[in-house]
Design a protein around this ligand. Sequence first.
Ligand code: FES
Ligand code: FES
Length: 155
Amino acid sequence: MRLTLTVNGVEHTVDVPAATSLLTLLRDELGLTGSKNACEQGECGSCSVYLDGVLACACLVAAGQAQGRDVRTVEGLASGDELSGIQQAFLEAGAVQCGFCTPGLLVAAHDLIERQAEPSDAEIREALAGNLCRCTGYEKIMEAVRLAAQRANAS
Ligand code: FES
Ligand code: FES
């Protein structure tokens, strides 16, 4: 199956087997390994990406469904070597341990801050409810999202 899609602002044409998921396409065909494959069942959120600007689990999207569409991955949150506010905040708050959940959390938190300038703790928890972390206990993640939101508002 041949398809064309835009990923992080760059158009790609790829040939993949019909059963390929968008996550496999991103990781194996395009080398964008930021999005992680932890459950492949839509349960953990580690594969979260934007699809036409809407948060989606890339493991649940068939590659063919991405034909002609716009995908933004965790790699696309940064501007070259410059981290996005949410990426920087995760680093500073120590919200990363093994890091497996981190890319999905970053995309989901980025989406929240874009939609909601001053999210409450309840709103942060709700927005990140689909992203599972086995390491951090979530407090540092909450701290990182609060920090990123405060800075986004101050700038
Ligand atoms: S790998 Fe997609 S939700 Fe877990
Ligand atoms: S940092 Fe290890 S799963 Fe979240």
